[in-house]
Design a protein around this ligand. Structure first.
Ligand code: PLP
Length: 409
């Protein structure tokens, strides 16, 4: 996975030209909530609707095409995250899939068992585990990040695991403050005590090269609308692990893996879009190799480009009196939450939107994180996120608008 040189990424203006949803009038700094999609994805979805409006499993060509679309999405996601297609469970989004996995896995938990969650995580990787543990009578232990640094050190996980731990749920990157914990070290701790590691890759997958096998993730969850695809999600696992798990399912529905985890009829047109998004991403550099190699190269280049923009944003915000940036993790995605003294986050987001700068406000569902920052009852924070199509000029616009607001506090 190590790249000796950073591959050359498609020039930014050429890249942006492929996104009809982007406008020069708007500084789009809301990408962590979902990216725009390139024309290639829109076309793939439209083509699927034109040619494959049939369910899978039929004896005719349209149905077979839908089957190919499903297989294509599985194979693309496997290439993106470093899994195998037979282990890719497709579903509407990460939250729904995580509830499903929590329900299925918790059938084997009891009062002697413990589950570990973290306060760095999005609630979609906390609540499903808490609720499932409650039903099973199992205990939930929480590993806390450091509010000063924003780091989640491996020691925080070590403190709460024991030989009773059955599962450790941890994020590969915080969707609120960008922290990238040492996932490899954390999964090692989980495995040492015989627990499974469920890694939330929804935020990370949009920003960094992913290798779920090298990271030791038993489950890796992601959502394609965060990486230029349509609104749909996946959880990837080793098929032999999936074989051991029996989710609730309809009697006539397929019983094999991964199909038995997929409820009802899939959104075939969106799955066509998922594959198109990953193909498109893999084509963003001139790196050679198969799709997996090219996707890794693309994200190596994306990560390098975005770190420069992150530094620009952090330096800009640091220069404004009255602005407090949450956490300062050393290894992070380009996602930054901040508050402006004297202005509530909803007001800031509204005032910025009036000037054509789009950011999110609130807790971004990083519910326990905002509570630990003491901001849950105060409107959370303002989140600016940088993605592969963000420009330096957009960051300048944000920083100038924030500076103007901060002066008037
Ligand atoms: C880190 C993280 N995890 C989980 C989720 C939930 O994903 P989904 O919308 O696919 O359910 C999000 C969504 O913003 C997220 O950012």
């Amino acid at each position: 996975m190590t790249q000796l040189t950073t591959p050359r990424l498609l020039p930014l203006e050429e890249l942006r030209a492929q996104f009809p949803g982007l406008s020069p009038q708007v500084a789009s700094l809301d990408g962590a909530a979902g990216t725009q999609v390139p024309v290639a994805v829109i076309d793939a979805i439209a083509d699927a609707l034109r040619t494959s409006m049939a369910n899978v499993g039929g004896a005719f060509v349209g149905s077979q095409r839908s089957g190919e679309v499903v297989a294509g999405a599985r194979s693309a996601i496997a290439d993106l995250v470093g899994g195998v297609p037979e282990g890719v469970v497709l579903g509407p989004n990460m939250t729904t899939l995580t509830f499903l996995m929590a329900d299925a896995l918790s059938q084997r938990w009891g009062p002697d068992d413990e589950i570990v969650v973290t306060s760095l995580d999005h609630d979609a990787n906390v609540r499903p585990w808490r609720l499932a543990a409650e039903r099973a009578g199992a205990t939930v232990r929480r590993a806390d990040f450091d509010v000063d640094t924003g780091e989640l050190p491996v020691e925080a996980i070590e403190e709460v695991v024991s030989d009773r731990t059955r599962l450790v749920a941890v994020t590969a990157a915080s969707n609120a403050i960008g922290t990238r914990p040492d996932v490899r070290a954390i999964t090692e701790v989980a495995h040492r005590v015989g627990a499974l590691a469920y890694v939330d890759g929804v935020h990370a997958t949009a920003h960094v090269p992913v290798d779920m096998a090298a990271w030791g993730a038993d489950f890796y969850a992601c959502s394609s609308y965060k990486f230029c695809g349509p609104h749909t999600g996946a959880v990837v696992a080793d098929p032999t692990l999936l074989e051991e798990i029996r989710p609730a399912k309809l009697v006539p529905a397929p019983d094999d893996v991964p199909d038995r985890f997929e409820r009802g009829t899939a959104s075939f047109e969106q799955l066509a879009g998922v594959r198109a998004a990953i193909d498109w991403l893999a084509g963003l550099t001139d790196a050679p190799g198969d799709r997996r190699a090219r996707a890794l190269a693309a994200f190596t280049a994306i990560e390098a480009r975005l770190q420069g923009l992150l530094e620009q944003l952090l330096a800009g915000l640091a220069g404004i009196d009255g602005v407090r940036v949450l956490g300062a993790p050393h290894r992070r995605t380009p996602t930054v939450s901040f508050v402006i003294e004297g202005h509530s986050p909803p007001e800031v987001a509204r005032r910025l939107a009036e000037q054509g700068v789009t950011v999110w406000d609130g807790d971004n569902y990083a519910h326990e994180l905002m509570r630990r920052f003491g901001l849950a009852e105060r409107g959370g924070a303002v989140r600016a996120s940088i993605v592969l199509y963000t420009t330096a000029a957009e960051i300048d616009r944000l920083v100038e608008a924030v500076a103007a607001l901060a002066v008037n506090r």
